[in-house]
Ligand binder design. Structure first.
Ligand code: SF4
Length: 723
């Protein structure tokens, strides 16, 4: 039969941070038609294979449809919502009463919608009174957040996707955009079609699919990015590429940062040796960067997921500051986020060291602003545990109850066996999820069924600060409910006001009003070193009603309302070159190069690098349902250089076991992934639900960046042997 579309809904893809618009059509035969939304500025009608297969991932197989609780016999049994919610609220309240607010925690996700995130953060920081709410976005972009804050005074992305098309050179660092941000990569590819002189430089230890389009690939040794960018800064400084007028008018700290860069990296030959790249290639990159005004440097997980991640980010930003290449069309440093709503979580303070509306937990004035707006009984004044530390705190009993929302830390966190031990010991593990059987849910005491993509309503913010609506077009299955509603129900049962909302529009309105509350006060009013100006603002959307929210078109913050009532967003947020530090200037940060925390040894001679493959997403709870997506790569693998395979006695197509000090896994050996000698690459997606001993997270060293807390996923010493 011919499937006829009966209704079309404009929504947003739930996968990567590109944030593509999706037109979803319910058809008369019950199937779902998925197309790219031609009016969405992020993708202009295009979708990658993951987005195109969304219709194959929304069936109810494996869905968690009813609240469940673990009985005395260890088995899960279906319970009424009231019983589940009462149990969560009363146990959280009892633990807080006995041990204090820091004895409970929320561990949330970049999969949550902004409204869900806002409510979770409000409950934890304003009502329970602890900052123990962290997110799997900690694993993805927290180094970028910390780097932005150090350089700009605020976590802001200073450009937009259109700047990629305006650039004459795009540098991608630690980013396999061809696989991980395909639609953004297509936009980059188009530059080369329309501007033959435009250059793409890829800096990545692996020769990935992204390199196929590159004019230059620098296969930098893992972990040496700071040397490379300090060397670039030094080169720019001493070869006439400085923008002295910009530096004088808009920055601080150049001398200190440059002294550090010059100390180790003034000689390109030394940098080439340390980074293990060809000197001529390195100089070609430095010359091209120096000679090209319109440069965008995009960076992603290869930069962020490092024990020096924040310094790597700042070493990149330093090169844009010294050349004045920021805030203007076609140039700037660009953090490409991994998740659909990593940015939205940042906006509402969904990290253990942030407050809502991009305000700072360690700033008394900001705490006063947020608490005053919420009229909340308390406000957290100490940072909570960041992701890795949170599970350590659960394991040693400091945290006694955890509520996990929309994420699977048993698979995704480093040293994932520690997560297992932590959850086994935890007095109460609550999990809000759409899937019943996951590695994490096997340890839950209470399972709360949440709505999934296509069923829930709210907003997400993509890598270029663009807020888009996710809209529902499917009925809520079973007894599943929106996350924000579940959290509000628990909050009210704990005796808290401030959690009465009649829909996500009302939460978004509160979020927008908070962003505008006392924003832009003169410095004297906010005092001392507090910020005099906060760029993040949704002031133009404050007071939004349900009809306007339902019709909201994709828009970039900051958002202003014009005198005719219309609202406008902002593509280039730093056009006035006024930064958010109290003096309005950007900061050069002195970045002292340092090696990854753990080095290879005779026992563990290879470096493990982890990442995504093109057609899977996170722990595969959704993409794993699609036969189309499974066609690309059907099982996990260990990619190793053929000579290393010979050296260590493993053969292509055979099973091998890799092990580290923290754990082990088994997968099939392959070559051809562009992996350099001395390392192996394993995808992050497969888990013990898909094949036993397939969790690469069990091997990853649990070392983190000292500033951002982001784990070093890209550099774990491992051994390999035939299985
Ligand atoms: Fe979805 Fe990202 Fe693909 Fe766009 S590029 S369709 S947001 S997975």
């Amino acid at each position: 039969p011919i499937a006829i579309a009966v209704a079309t809904t404009q929504t947003t893809c739930p996968y990567c941070g590109v944030g593509c618009g999706v037109s979803a059509s319910m058809k008369q035969d019950g199937s779902i038609g998925i197309k790219g939304d031609e009016l969405h500025p992020a993708n202009q009608g295009r979708l990658c294979v993951k987005g195109s297969a969304l219709g194959e991932t929304v069936d109810l197989d494996g869905r968690l449809l009813y609240p469940k609780m673990r009985g005395a016999d260890g088995n899960m049994r279906r319970v009424a919502w009231d019983e589940a919610l009462d149990t969560v609220a009363s146990t959280f309240s009892a633990i807080v009463a006995e041990h204090g607010p820091d004895a409970v925690a929320l561990y949330v996700s970049g999969q949550l919608l902004t409204e869900d995130y806002y409510i979770a953060n409000k409950l934890m920081k304003g009502y329970i009174g602890s900052a123990n709410i962290d997110t799997n976005s900690r694993l993805c972009m927290s180094s970028a957040v910390a780097g932005h804050k150090r350089a700009f005074g605020e976590d802001l992305v200073p450009l937009a996707y259109e700047d990629l098309e305006l650039a004459d050179m795009v540098v991608l660092v630690g980013s396999n955009a061809a696989w991980c941000h395909p639609i953004l990569f297509q936009r980059i590819a188009r530059i080369k079609e329309t501007k033959p002189h435009a250059k793409l430089v890829v800096i990545d230890p692996r020769r990935t699919a992204t390199c196929e389009l590159a004019d230059l690939h620098l296969p930098v040794k893992a972990g040496t990015d700071v040397w490379l960018f300090n060397g670039l800064m030094s080169y720019l400084a001493h070869r006439g590429a400085r923008d002295n007028a910009f530096i004088e008018a808009h920055t601080n700290g150049l001398n200190e940062a440059l002294a550090v860069a010059d100390a180790d990296c003034a000689d390109p030959a030394t940098v080439a040796r340390i980074c293990k790249v060809d000197l001529a290639d390195l100089l070609a990159f430095y010359e091209a960067f120096a000679g090209t005004e319109k440069v965008v440097t995009g960076f992603s997980m290869g930069v962020n997921q490092s024990s020096a991640g924040t310094d790597k980010v700042n070493s990149i930003i330093n090169c844009h500051l010294i050349t004045g290449r920021i805030g203007k069309p076609g140039m700037g440093p660009f953090s490409i986020t991994g998740q659909p709503n990593a940015m939205g979580g940042r906006e509402v303070g969904g990290l253990a060291n942030m407050l809502a509306a991009h305000m700072d937990l360690d700033n008394a004035v900001h705490r006063d602003i947020v608490q005053g707006f919420w009229a909340s009984p308390r406000i957290a004044d100490q940072p909570g545990y960041k992701a890795v530390d949170l599970f350590r705190a659960i394991e040693d009993g400091r945290v006694k109850a955890v509520w996990v929302m929309a994420t699977n830390p048993m698979v995704s966190l480093p040293d994932a066996d520690l997560v297992r031990r932590a959850l086994e010991k935890c007095e109460l593990v609550v999990s809000s999820d759409i899937i019943e059987k996951t590695d994490t849910n096997a340890f839950a005491h209470v399972l709360l069924p949440a709505l999934g993509w296509g069923e829930k309503d709210g907003t997400v913010t993509n890598s270029e600060r663009r807020i888009s609506r996710q809209r529902s077009f499917l009925l809520a299955p079973g007894e599943a409910r929106p996350d924000w509603e579940i959290i509000c129900d628990v909050a009210r049962r704990m005796g808290f006001d401030g959690f009465h909302f009649d829909g996500p529009h009302a939460i978004f309105d509160e979020h927008a009003r908070l962003s505008a509350h006392r924003n832009g006060e003169p410095e004297a009013a906010v005092g001392g070193a507090a910020k005099s100006r906060r760029v993040f603002s949704l002031a133009g959307l404050a007071g939004i009603g349900k009809p306007q929210y339902d019709a909201l078109q994709p828009i970039q913050w900051p958002v202003q309302r014009l005198s005719d009532g219309s609202v406008v967003g902002t593509a280039r947020v730093l056009e006035d070159l006024r930064f958010t530090h109290a003096d309005g200037r950007a900061r050069f940060v002195a970045t002292v190069p340092r090696n990854p925390a753990n080095q290879t040894s005779d026992e563990f001679p290879l470096v493990l690098n982890t990442g995504r493959v093109r057609d899977q997403w996170h722990t595969m709870t959704r993409t794993g349902k699609s036969a189309t997506l499974a066609n690309h790569i059907p099982e996990s693998f260990i990619d190793i250089h053929p000579q290393d395979a010979l050296l260590y006695g493993v053969r292509e197509g055979g099973l091998a076991r890799i092990s580290s000090r923290w754990g082990a896994m088994v997968a099939r050996v392959q070559h051809g992934g562009g992996i350099p000698r001395g390392s192996v690459f394993v995808p992050i997606h497969w888990n013990d639900q898909s094949a036993s001993d397939a969790r690469v997270g069990a091997l990853v060293n649990p070392v983190v960046d000292p500033v951002s807390g982001e784990p070093e996923f890209k550099h774990t010493p491992v051994a390999i042997e035939e299985f």
